[in-house]
Design a protein around this ligand. Structure first.
Ligand SMILES: Cc1cc2nc3c(=O)[nH]c(=O)nc-3n(C[C@H](O)[C@H](O)[C@H](O)COP(=O)(O)OP(=O)(O)OC[C@H]3O[C@@H](n4cnc5c(N)ncnc54)[C@H](O)[C@@H]3O)c2cc1C
Length: 458
């Protein structure tokens, strides 16, 4: 009987467990998690803060009993893996409640330890009891409780988690000041020239948005009562009162255990895995937020940090750990989406900054459009941006609007993954009816802009 041990029972680890079980009905599978809950959707956390999802426990995919009865897996909650001995193929574990220590044997191991929030260097941030971050159910509970008894909040970082948390807090009646270090909101998701619709929506809902601004200090004794904001262009400072603070300024991978065992990190300092999710050590796989993988477009390693990829890598790791053969596509597209106050934002492929850092200068097709033909009532504005190289290879796309945005981005993801070029995209036969969408889709029109630019260049 193959013994499979999985460290971390988040999206990646649990998916690995489920696929290991599907692959090998007899394997002995053990899932270890520090947390007291079985796997739950972290992506749903902002909606539990606002109570759009009524109960925190609604996010739990399967209750603990499911693992033993249906999944036939040994799920160890509240348990930390403290050491991996690669010579003897064992994992040391510790029960966090009673301190009991044990050793588990493995034939194959999956490391799916995820990542944790990082805190930027803000003076006075230490030991403030009202500074939160959002990663776990317990974090969401704490933020919800803080919001209930507060009027104002400063959210540090306008990435995906920052803006989704902002929306949740606004829905609870909290006045939010959202502070972003970089020049636009969602700066790692979309380019600055695509961010205005989201920023406008935030402002329309009463959010004070500061971009190009650093929170440099939190003032107060045991609690942050004021935040010092410093404009990075002018150096001008502003002090604003706050009742609590949420930090959403990036993550760091949980790689300490893996590194101690000799598992190699890649250039991004995340665990390096191949297309089979295998690390440098035979029989040890890794998946999810603790890993890096090759970007489909640039060919360079990128830190993953997305549920979309965590479950795909988890599936690959689980199948391989159970002795069969599965492989990831040759690179990841980082197809991504969020929706803020009704504005859907979706993208695929690297943002312009990442392309340029990889030495690629994109040719851009960009347009503002409507979701329905001009003459048809009910059309909603949208913005589309497509990027390709001078040979017509599609590099990525970004779309912002109110309707069907996610499906449009999925079309570009399909085009990219199947190596369709921009000329073929220009002639894609998209559907049309006035009640639904225009004769020419923005996907084909932005492609046409690019093919014309390429022709002109030639
Ligand atoms: C608020 C929020 C919103 C998000 N929204 C989206 C979204 O809309 N779309 C999207 O694609 N992604 C989203 N993500 C990202 C997504 O949630 C993550 O990519 C995904 O959860 C990663 O899964 P994972 O299994 O790799 O890591 P995790 O889910 O972090 O799981 C790792 C687990 O391992 C445990 N662990 C670590 N070390 C040990 C140890 N030594 N012993 C035992 N256990 C250990 C951790 O406690 C944790 O429970 C969001 C994330 C957050 C926080």
């Amino acid at each position: 009987v193959t013994k499979i041990v999985i460290i971390g029972a988040g999206a990646a680890g649990t998916t690995a467990g489920i696929w290991a079980r599907k692959t090998d009905r007899k394997a002995e599978i053990t899932l270890i998690t520090k947390e007291k809950y079985p796997e739950y959707s972290r992506c749903g956390l902002p909606y539990t803060i606002s109570k759009h999802i009524p109960e925190f426990t609604n996010l739990i995919t399967h209750d603990a009993g499911w693992y033993s009865s249906f999944g036939k897996m040994n799920l160890l909650l509240g348990t930390e893996a403290t050491n991996i001995d690669t010579n003897n193929r064992t994992v040391a574990i510790k029960n966090l409640q009673n301190g009991e220590e044990k050793t588990l044997e493995y034939d194959t191991l999956v490391i799916a330890t995820g990542s944790r929030p990082t805190f930027p260097p803000i003076k006075g941030i230490e030991r403030k009891s009202n500074v939160y971050s959002l990663r776990t159910i317990d974090d969401a509970v704490a933020i919800h409780e803080a919001a209930k008894k507060s009027k104002r909040c400063v959210v540090v970082g306008a990435g995906l988690i920052g803006v989704e948390t902002t929306e949740a807090l606004v829905e609870l009646g909290v006045e939010v000041t959202l502070v972003e270090f970089l020049p636009s909101v969602l700066p790692l998701m979309i380019d600055a020239d695509m961010a205005d619709m989201v920023e406008d929506a935030l402002k329309e809902h009463g959010v004070k948005v500061y971009t190009n601004t650093a929170v440099t200090e939190l003032i107060g004794e045991s609690k942050a009562e004021k935040a010092v904001l410093k404009n990075r262009n002018t150096g001008e400072e502003e002090i604003i009162p706050t009742d609590f603070v949420v930090i959403s300024a990036g993550v760091r991978p949980n790689t300490e255990l893996a590194v101690k065992a000799g598992v190699a990190l890649g250039t991004t300092k995340y665990i390096k895995v191949d297309s089979r999710a295998q690390t440098n050590i035979e029989g040890i796989y890794a998946a999810g937020d603790c890993t890096e993988y090759v970007d489909f477009v640039t060919g360079q390693p990128v830190a993953i940090g997305m549920g979309t990829i965590a479950v795909r890598q988890g599936k690959v790791a689980g199948i391989n750990a159970a002795g069969e053969d599965a492989e990831m596509p040759k690179g990841i597209l980082l197809t991504r989406i969020t929706k803020i106050f009704g504005v859907e934002v979706a993208a695929v492929g690297p943002i312009t900054d990442s392309l340029e850092k990889a030495g690629i200068k994109p040719i851009v097709g960009k347009m503002s459009y409507s979701s329905k033909p001009e003459y048809m009532p009910g059309g909603k504005p949208l913005k589309a941006k497509l990027m390709a190289d001078d040979k017509g290879r599609i590099l990525g796309a970004q779309l912002v609007g109110y309707e069907d945005i996610h499906q449009k981005i999925n079309v570009i993801a399909a085009a990219m993954q199947s190596n369709m070029n921009v000329k073929e995209l220009e002639w894609l036969e998209t559907c049309y009816a006035p009640i639904s969408c225009p004769t020419w889709s923005e996907l084909t029109l932005t492609a046409e802009i690019i093919t014309r630019k390429i022709k002109k260049k030639a």
